[in-house]
Every structure is written in C-alpha cells, then in structure tokens.
Write a protein that binds this ligand. Structure first.
Ligand code: HEM
Ligand code: HEM
Length: 181
C-alpha cells in the first residue's frame, strides 16, 4: 500500500535516514567555518578593546581581526536564527521523530547538547554586542564564559558524532557529514 505520508525532500532518495535538508547541512558547515574565524580573530578583538580603553588606535592587523570578528559574529547570529527556524518547522520535527530510533539517553544527551549550543550561539553575539557597542563589563565577562561553554559543548558534540560513526555505525554521522571515516 502507498505511504500516505512519505518523507519527501529534494534529496530523500540519498538516504532513508535523511533528517536534514541540504540547506540545513550547508548552514551547519558554514557556521562551523565562521566559528573557526571567530576564534582565530578573537585575539584581535580583545586587543582592539584594550587599545580603545587606553584611547589608542589599533594597527592594521588588530583592526582587521576585530572587524572580522564583528562581521563574522553577526553572520553567525543571522545564520543561527535561520537554523533554529528551519529546525522548528513541522516538517523537520516530523522527520526527526521518524528517524528517532535511538536509546532515550542518546536522544536526550544529543538533544540537550544541540539546544544548549543554539542558546549559546544566540547569546554569544548578543553579549559581544553589549561588550563592543556599550562597553559593558557584564557583556565582556558573559561573552568570555559563554565562549568556554561553547568550546565544551562542541567537544561533546564532536565526540558524540564520532561515537555514532565509529561505535554505533547507525547513520547519524551521515546525516551531516558526507566524508566517510
Ligand atoms: C558566535 C559568535 C561569537 C563567538 C564564538 C565569539 C568568540 C569570542 C572569543 C572566544 C573571545 C575571546 C574572549 C576571551 O579572551 O576571554 C571574544 C572576544 C570578544 N568578542 Fe566575540 N564572539 C562572537 C561574536 C561576537 C560579536 C557579534 C561581537 C560584537 C559585535 C563580539 C565582540 C567581542 C568583543 C568586544 C570581545 C573582546 C572582549 C574583551 O574585551 O575581552 N563577539 N569573542
Ligand atoms: C562549531 C562546531 C559545531 C557546532 C556549533 C555544531 C552544531 C550542531 C547542531 C546545532 C546540530 C543540530 C542540527 C540542527 O538542528 O540543525 C548539529 C548536528 C550535527 N553535527 Fe554539528 N556542530 C559543529 C561541528 C560538527 C563537527 C565538527 C561534526 C563532525 C565531525 C558535526 C557533526 C554533526 C552531526 C553528525 C549532526 C547530526 C546529529 C543528529 O542528527 O542528531 N558537527 N551540529
């Protein structure tokens, strides 16, 4: 009998366990690249803020680093809002439920980590803007702690992805990564 409610997405033929559209996968990897830029350029931003406090102007490298940090951070903010929107569509929720063939502890740990990453990815640019535009000490401190939190969450997330690829071999890795290990 024909399925009345088939999982039809542009690339559903690729994998029966497909949960994310190609747009969602591209956004995932663009945000990863931009976060790498954020980390590399963060020293420039810290230096620019220190110079600003002493009312000195930054050199070319510090200016470039801080400008990159500012714009790449704003780009992360916009892309993450789009990602949250895409994740919350009824179609995406239905696909996640259809593909939720995992023990409860795995689903809970992955779900909590992903939601926390989204929360931190929204709060980081907001606290960064507080620090940058309003010279807020609270913004500086919160931004710094959130950065460490994000690092820990990403580490847990990548270990989780590797656990699925190397131990469980259950197709979760392939939902997002097209490189085979
Ligand atoms: C998700 C996006 C972002 C990430 C991952 C990120 C990450 C970081 C990191 C790791 C630092 C170094 C913190 C430290 O040394 O303790 C930093 C510093 C800083 N970031 Fe961001 N950032 C992001 C977005 C932004 C945005 C959008 C702005 C501003 C418009 C911003 C403004 C700042 C400022 C002003 C500092 C220097 C704080 C200080 O004086 O120590 N950040 N950021
Ligand atoms: C800065 C680094 C990263 C961040 C912030 C991040 C964030 C996320 C988020 C929020 C999701 C949920 C997908 C969604 O709802 O749109 C996700 C899924 C996923 N990510 Fe990442 N990710 C990062 C790096 C990586 C890396 C390096 C790998 C692989 C080595 C990876 C593999 C995966 C996989 C396999 C999924 C699908 C998991 C599932 O469906 O439960 N991620 N990632």
């Amino acid at each position: 009998m024909k399925d009345k409610n088939p999982i039809v997405t542009p690339d559903a033929q690729d994998s029966p366990a497909l949960v994310y559209t190609s747009v969602q996968r591209k956004l995932h990897w663009w945000v990863v690249v931009l976060l790498l830029v954020q980390w590399l350029a963060s020293d420039g931003m810290v230096a620019a803020m220190a110079l600003q406090a002493k009312q000195q102007s930054p050199g070319a490298i510090v200016f470039l680093g801080s400008t990159l940090h500012l714009f790449s951070g704003l780009a992360v903010f916009c892309l993450v809002l789009v990602r949250i929107g895409l994740r919350c569509t009824p179609e995406n929720r239905r696909r996640r439920q259809n593909a939720a063939r995992q023990p409860v502890w795995v689903l809970s740990l992955a779900g909590v980590t992903q939601v926390l990453m989204y929360v931190v990815l929204v709060l980081m640019p907001l606290t960064g803007m507080l620090a940058y535009f309003f010279s807020s000490d609270f913004g500086v401190t919160a931004h710094s702690y959130l950065g460490r939190g994000l690092l820990a969450l990403v580490l847990l997330h990548v270990l989780g992805a590797l656990f699925h690829r190397l131990v469980r071999k259950d197709g979760i890795w392939e939902r997002m990564v097209r490189i085979s290990l």
